[in-house]
Design a protein around this ligand. Structure first.
Ligand code: B3K
Ligand code: ZN
Length: 867
């Protein structure tokens, strides 16, 4: 490395020395040389007479103060300092940028034939020199000029105030956003699109124009996004009493995008993956993902845009809260238990893994080199769990009072996580002093619980110990305030009311100390306890459940989540046991009682179909990795294979009956129809492991009239390594090669191919005409699924998997460091593996560290891992 990137610390926050209240932007769009003129009203707030502006990768064409050329400035690669300025003044800067060459997809870039922007976190500084920090809020006007034929649609934030034709075949549209905003919420899009329009009447009676812009020819894949948007607007009014505030809401789908989507004020830019869907091209999971992401970006309009973040360390203020809101939205519209199960899987798998990795950080990080590295599962998903815990502690009514107070206090400003907690505390009167530690402490707490029953006194005691192991960023951990939701059951399955000190008490226990004992009275028989119901806190639970107790809970627990969790714990016990058996060369076991418990679930007509399907999803490789200090990749794979095979063989008749009974007529995305397909396809994935599988898979592939069923057939063939696999793969590729978004599904199957030939097939696949490392979706599908979802092949003892990823990362370090920095994650966790694998992985990290142009995204992660 030539120059070492510098870290920023949360504790160093200083309010701005200058602010910008208004900015007028003019863009003259050209592929390789776009001119940007920015006229800002600047105000000096502190003593300093040096105005420091951020700016990277562009040419400064001219600089004026109060309309007069000004030359008293100095420049570095990343900053422009204007000297000797004070009071109020107008600053006009003209810069030249090259969108065509912008492969990092930050700032202004070309996606296909169109132009678009991505400014969060620090992309605006690639457009013009600016106070690019979230606590500087300005009113923006934006005039976009471009060739009229190539770019008939010119979009930016806010409302259209004028438009017209210009010389040379150009035209312009002028936009004004009345809401002051930080630069990261700025957006511009230009292109030739098809548009789906609709209107929404807000509950106070205002009409909002809704417009979804997609590449030409894609209009038939747009209605679901529109429905999701309308549902989001309605839901936010009903549940949070929040209304939309502009006259127009636009969504643009683009093919080249580093993340899912972006909540720019009034003009969301979306990865086309989260907009486009029709039954022939999108799976049910895609449909649900679109609903969730459209909701998420819409909900940001209040939690993120109207109240934004003071500094980037506060990112979870908007992200944790908005994820909580989108999870509630999906749960209110669909199945609450299935949503909860899937969110908990993300926590227990990749989030727990992140918290145990060199990148461990609290939901409000203390130290950042590259902000884009902190759009993490910890900030988002654990951040949402922290909001959820407050919701659990306060209850819905108090939580909503807290939201009201938060908006009363902070609307139109840039706030902190502390501001949010204080509003919740003040509105509810509930003391959150200790709870605040969740914001500053990283790592996953472990709750170790033991119980005893005193039949002379009719008392049941639960002793709860909490311990948070040291993480790479933080050694000393304090006890947290953990809402611990429990329930007691009598042998007949009836719920036992919890009583302490002669009073009924809530199911949510307040665990606040390192060790605490809760004694429950009037418990007339030895109960079965259901612990950590609804995953009431993001912790690991240790409790010595017997098989009988877990099977009891699978049948009798009052809520679906607790039943699912009991099933998962039962499976976990046998996965662990069989991993040990494999290592000790012993026979593998899955008792009949366990098989019968799962048979009971499959045959239970009272359960939701989608829920039954979830019961049969085994913990995945990544989640299991988290249970061990040192991982035996091959043993995990064998143990999982054995359990899947045993359930498939033993329950073949039941799966077969389920499969045949759930065939549906016409396709619909109603939740019930999705549930039926989920269970039918879950049955297929098990049946694929039996002798009747191949024929069923082939027939389903041929008959399918929707992508869910097609992919289920292909996924089953892939996972079970059926001989039909290659035929199906060829057929699919011949049919869909023209459509990158659909081909992503095929690339994922190639990347996660369990065959020992996988790596050479993947290398060959990189030459497929639909593949390109320049497109983040393609890259994530093929390379991401290999590194993150094909453990046996990626961790092959030869080290070839690691070297392959190393090569890709070296290439992407230059073209798109943000995407490279996501792909590197599996390499960071090398401490989990045996010493041979550790040195092979470290050699790849070292190759990266030795690059003299290592981008700060990778620099931050690689140096942390190697430290
Ligand atoms: N706020 C954006 C994420 C921006 C990521 C920048 N690297 C999307 C979202 O969370 O809604
Ligand atoms: Zn978000």
């Amino acid at each position: 490395m030539s120059q070492q990137p510098q870290a920023k610390f949360r504790s160093d926050y200083q309010s701005p020395e200058f602010i910008i209240s208004d900015i007028d932007l003019v863009f003259d769009l050209n592929d390789t040389n776009t001119l940007v003129s920015a006229t800002s009203k600047v105000q000096q707030l502190k003593q300093s007479t040096d105005l420091l502006l951020e700016g990277e990768g562009m040419k400064l064409v001219s600089l004026k103060i109060d309309d007069v050329e000004y030359s008293d400035f100095t420049q570095t690669d990343t900053q422009l300092t204007i000297h000797n300025v004070s009071g109020d003044f107008t600053l006009t800067i003209i810069t030249e940028i090259n969108p065509q060459e912008n492969t990092a997809l930050e700032g202004l870039y070309k996606s296909g034939d169109g132009f678009c922007t991505q400014c969060e976190a620090e992309g605006f500084r690639r457009i013009t020199y600016y106070l690019d920090r979230p606590d500087v809020l300005a009113r923006f006007t934006t005039k976009v000029i471009a060739d009229k034929e190539a770019y008939p649609h010119l979009l930016s934030n806010g409302n259209r105030i004028s438009q017209g034709d210009l010389d040379g075949g150009k035209h312009f549209v002028h936009w004004q956003d009345p809401f002051p905003k930080p630069a990261y919420l700025f957006a511009l899009v230009a292109g030739n699109f098809d548009v789906l329009t609709d209107t929404y009447k807000t509950k106070s009676g205002r009409d909002v124009a809704l417009e979804i812009y997609v590449d030409q020819g894609n209009l038939d894949r747009t209605p679901h996004a529109m429905t999701s948007l309308i549902n989001s607007m309605k839901w936010d009014e009903e549940r949070f009493d929040l209304e939309y505030d502009l006259d127009i809401y636009m969504i643009v789908a683009v093919d080249f995008f580093n993340m899912g989507a972006m909540e720019n004020k009034g003009l969301n830019v979306f990865n086309s993956k989260f907009v486009l869907a029709k039954q022939e091209t999108a799976t049910d999971t895609d449909y649900l993902g679109i609903e969730a992401v459209i909701g998420h970006e819409y909900f940001h309009n209040w939690t993120g845009n109207r109240v934004t973040c003071r500094d980037w360390f506060q990112l979870s203020l908007k992200e944790g809260l908005t994820v909580f809101r989108d999870q509630e939205f999906s749960s209110d519209l669909g199945s609450r238990s299935v949503n909860r199960i899937n969110n908990v899987r993300i926590m227990r798998g990749p989030q727990f893994a992140e918290d145990a990795s060199p990148m461990a950080h609290p939901i409000r990080p203390e130290k950042v080199i590259e902000m884009n590295n902190f759009y993490t599962l910890t900030v988002y998903e654990k951040g949402s769990e922290v909001i959820r815990m407050m919701h659990t502690l306060l209850g819905e009514a108090n939580f909503q009072k807290g939201m009201k107070l938060y908006f009363e206090r902070h609307d139109g400003t840039a706030a902190t996580c502390e501001d949010f907690v204080l509003a919740m505390e003040n509105a509810s009167g509930i003391d959150l002093t200790q709870f605040r530690r969740w914001y500053s402490q990283s790592g996953t707490p472990v709750l170790t619980v033991s119980s005893s029953y005193d039949d002379a006194k009719n008392e049941y005691a639960l002793t709860v110990k909490q311990h948070t192991p040291a993480t790479e960023d933080q050694t000393d951990k304090l006890p947290l305030h953990i809402p611990f939701d429990i329930e007691l059951y009598a042998q007949d399955g009836l719920v036992i009311q919890l009583r302490c000190n002669n009073e009924k008490v809530s199911n949510v226990l307040n665990v606040t100390e390192e060790e605490q004992t809760f004694i429950f009275e009037q418990v007339s028989e030895k109960p079965v306890v259901s612990l950590l119901r609804e995953f009431s806190a993001p912790v690991k639970l240790n409790y010595a459940y017997s098989d009988e107790e877990l099977i009891f809970l699978m049948v009798h627990a009052q809520n679906d989540f607790a039943r699912w969790d009991a099933g998962q714990m039962l499976l976990a016990n046998y996965i662990r046991k069989n991993i040990a058996n494999i290592q000790d060369d012993k026979e593998l076991v899955l008792p009949q009682s366990v098989v019968d418990a799962f048979r009971g679930v499959l045959l239970n007509a009272e359960l939701e179909h989608a829920f039954i399907a979830e019961m049969f999803v085994l913990p995945n490789h990544n989640e299991i990795t988290g249970w061990f200090d040192t991982v035996d990749v091959d043993a995990i794979d064998k143990a999982l294979g054995f359990i899947k095979q045993t359930l498939a063989t033993e329950l073949k008749d039941e799966f077969s009956a389920t499969y045949h009974s759930l065939k549906q007529g016409s396709y619909s995305v109603e939740h019930d129809a999705i549930g039926k397909r989920a269970l039918r396809n879950c049955s297929l994935s098990y049946l694929a492991k039996t002798e009747i599988g191949e024929a069923l898979v082939e027939a389903q592939y041929q008959d399918a009239d929707n992508m869910t069923d097609t992919m289920a057939a292909m996924g089953a063939a892939n996972a079970a390594e059926l001989s039909i696999r290659q035929t199906l793969m060829n057929d699919f590729s011949a049919k869909w090669s023209h459509d990158g978004l659909v081909m992503d599904k095929w690339f994922i199957l190639q990347g996660s191919n369990p065959s020992s030939e996988a790596l050479s097939i993947i290398k060959e696949t990189m030459n497929h005409k639909a593949f390109s490392l320049k497109n983040p979706n393609r890259t994530r599908s093929l390379i991401g699924s290999f590194a993150g979802g094909n453990a046996v092949n990626f961790h092959s003892k030869t080290g070839e998997g690691y070297a392959f990823l190393g090569d890709i990362l070296i290439e992407m370090n230059e073209s798109n460091p943000q995407v490279a920095s996501r792909l590197v994650d599996p390499l960071l966790k090398f401490k989990k593996y045996d010493s041979d694998r550790q040195s092979l992985i470290k050699a790849q990290l070292q190759r990266l560290a030795d690059l003299d142009n290592l981008a700060k995204d990778l620099y931050e992660k690689v140096t942390k891992a190697l430290a």
